[in-house]
Design a protein around this ligand. Structure first.
Ligand code: ZN
Ligand code: ZN
Length: 55
């Protein structure tokens, strides 16, 4: 499981990279968390971008 990169949504990244999450859910329904994040509605789930330490 890769760590969530900065600028990505924790929830969307995890659900996109861990199919087990959706496999455990009711397959006849859309994942409520993913539905809630549709349209860029990620709220505070976005991993903050770290200021570059290379400059
Ligand atoms: Zn999902
Ligand atoms: Zn999201």
């Amino acid at each position: 499981m890769k760590p969530v990169p900065p600028g990505e949504c924790r929830q969307c990244w995890t659900h996109a990279h861990n199919p087990d999450i959706h496999r455990r859910q009711d397959q006849s329904k859309d994942c409520p968390q993913c539905v809630a994040h549709m349209g860029g509605n990620h709220g505070s789930q976005i991993v903050p971008k770290k200021p570059s330490i290379w400059w």
